[in-house]
Design a protein around this ligand. Structure first.
Ligand code: HEC
Ligand code: HEC
Length: 233
């Protein structure tokens, strides 16, 4: 397992992180259902054994944490996937598979995502990308925290890579940020700040983003820039 050196603990005091096992226990207590009653590691094992020849991989495995049509599941921290650029979707599946993202046990949601895709083949990635990109893009909710006017000033540096309208820039490998859920953007910015994302020595584009996020000096600045991005939806 890759452990990033000198990792400060992320401040998750304002983030609700519910890991799958807690969720499963809760669901079991509540008389839970179907696939959600299986831990992520079990899901990952089953995923590697699945005969997916005539089946939809996306709906079967990813739906547990990302919703049946990739609309996202904030309870387990699974972001919306529908609407992601195909090149970005592929790059993140490759980063999770390689353990560049999600290899640290201390941040359970990404660790479980990593376990789920650690054995997938290139052909399965191809299929997932074509399936997920065919799903309709969900409408994210409005974000009521943060000062969008201040966020607009902060966003000037972000625009050089992510674009003025947060439309993304494939040449720079910077994804679109508009139309993403604010809870997810807020969490990713904190993960980059703390080094839980972008800290792997081989992750060049992650490191670029990690350096760029340091202009957001405190929690309020993170919220402000998220509020501005949300206003571009
Ligand atoms: C056990 C729950 C779980 C399962 C199953 C799962 N994911 Fe994830 N996935 C997550 C979580 C949680 C994150 C966000 C990780 C973080 O916060 O860094 C994530 C992140 C992602 C991302 C990155 C999105 C972005 O904007 O960077 C992609 C792409 C993704 N998942 C695709 C998939 C696909 C495709 C499948 C099915 C093969 C799948 N996931 C199955 C939990 C899961
Ligand atoms: C030097 C170019 C660059 C700058 C400047 C930059 N980013 Fe990024 N950003 C990236 C790249 C490249 C990625 C993809 C990283 C990866 O592959 O993991 C990224 C990823 C992200 C993500 C994760 C998206 C997802 O779906 O998980 C967020 C959120 C983000 N950037 C927000 C910002 C904000 C806010 C700023 C300004 C404070 C900013 N970025 C400045 C290049 C940049």
């Amino acid at each position: 397992m890759q452990v990033c050196p000198e990792l400060p603990s992320p401040d998750f005091s304002r983030i609700t992180v519910i890991d799958m096992k807690t969720l499963i226990k809760t669901l079991l207590l509540a008389g839970g259902i179907g696939v959600l009653t299986q831990p992520a590691t079990l899901l990952a094992q089953q995923f590697s054994q699945l005969d997916t020849t005539f089946q939809s991989i996306g709906n079967q495995v990813c739906a547990t944490c990302h919703g049946a049509y990739g609309q996202g599941n904030p309870v387990v921290g699974g972001p919306s996937l529908a609407g992601l650029e195909p090149w970005y979707l592929r790059s993140q599946l490759e980063k999770f598979r390689a353990g560049w993202r999600g290899a640290q046990r201390d941040y359970i949601p990404a660790y479980e995502m990593q376990a789920t895709v650690s054995n997938i083949s290139n052909a399965e990635i191809d299929r997932l990308v074509s399936e997920v990109t065919s799903w309709p893009e969900p409408d994210p909710e409005a974000y009521s925290e943060g000062n969008a006017a201040h966020g607009q000033q902060l966003y000037t540096t972000c625009a050089t890579c992510h674009g003025m309208s947060a439309e993304g820039n494939e040449a720079l490998k910077a994804p679109a940020l508009a139309d993403r859920d604010s809870w997810y953007l807020y969490r990713q910015l904190n993960l980059f700040k703390s080094g839980f994302r972008g800290g792997h020595p081989d992750d060049v584009t992650g490191a670029q983003m990690r350096a760029s996020v340091q202009v957001l000096e405190d929690d309020q600045a993170v919220k402000d820039v998220v509020a501005y991005i949300n206003s571009l939806n």
